[in-house]
Design a protein around this ligand. Structure first.
Ligand code: SF4
Length: 205
């Protein structure tokens, strides 16, 4: 596949970019087509989430969920030659016959929505291609006020959904056309709201 745009290498699309696309497809247009910086390092939740991941990469290397025996994998940067994307697996466990993903979220909202399904699906595809073992489930650990663990099944439907989102993201980058997105609560704290018609016409800040 040819690299057809200036700001983003289409053959090295990052899982994070696809997750942001699922959050709002205009992120792909502003970030990857127009090359506008998000300045996300200024956002409190982003900082807290990064601190949580980096803390567990360094200090909790031996953590294994109850009744799971296996080898802990930490901070793996993987590439898919088959689907042309890259992603970082923060934590996983390799057992004799499968790999189990561990994902941590700094949130009190314990729902596995579209962004999380995309993340888990794409990371599973990366692990399966690179380590040659199936990924059938993930443990999602929510920690903000207290700790809550959700066991989530990763099946072919989740992987197909994630690949469809990868395909949609690439389409916006290749076509360079601003995709449709409606105004809703996401826009209130969006880093692009001042330049996005949906945000600027509907918010006063
Ligand atoms: S303001 Fe709303 S529609 Fe515009 S980029 Fe942000 S979330 Fe998307």
């Amino acid at each position: 596949m040819k690299n057809t745009q200036r700001f983003y290498d289409i053959e090295m699309l990052n899982v994070t970019t696809v997750i942001e696309h699922v959050f709002c497809p205009k992120f792909t247009y502003y970030g990857c087509v127009l090359g506008l910086n998000q300045y996300e390092e200024k956002r409190g939740t982003v900082i807290a989430g990064r601190k949580l991941h980096s803390k567990h990469e360094k200090s909790n290397l031996s953590y294994l969920p109850k009744n799971i025996i296996g080898r802990k994998l930490v901070a793996l940067l993987l590439y898919s030659k088959k689907y042309l994307f890259v992603g970082k697996v923060d934590e996983a466990i390799e057992t004799n016959d499968e790999i189990i993903l561990i994902e941590r979220k700094y949130s009190n909202n314990h729902i596995i929505g579209g962004t999380m399904k995309t993340q888990l699906g794409l990371l599973s595809i990366l692990l399966e291609e690179n380590l040659d073992k199936p990924v059938n489930k993930a443990f999602v650990i929510f920690s903000k006020e207290g700790r809550y663990i959700v066991e989530f099944q990763i099946d072919s439907k989740i992987k197909k959904f994630a690949l469809d989102m990868l395909h949609d993201t690439k389409n916006v980058i290749v076509n360079g056309i601003s995709p449709y997105a409606k105004f809703d609560n996401r826009c209130l704290n969006c880093c692009y709201r001042k330049i996005c018609p949906m945000g600027s016409l509907n918010t006063t800040r």
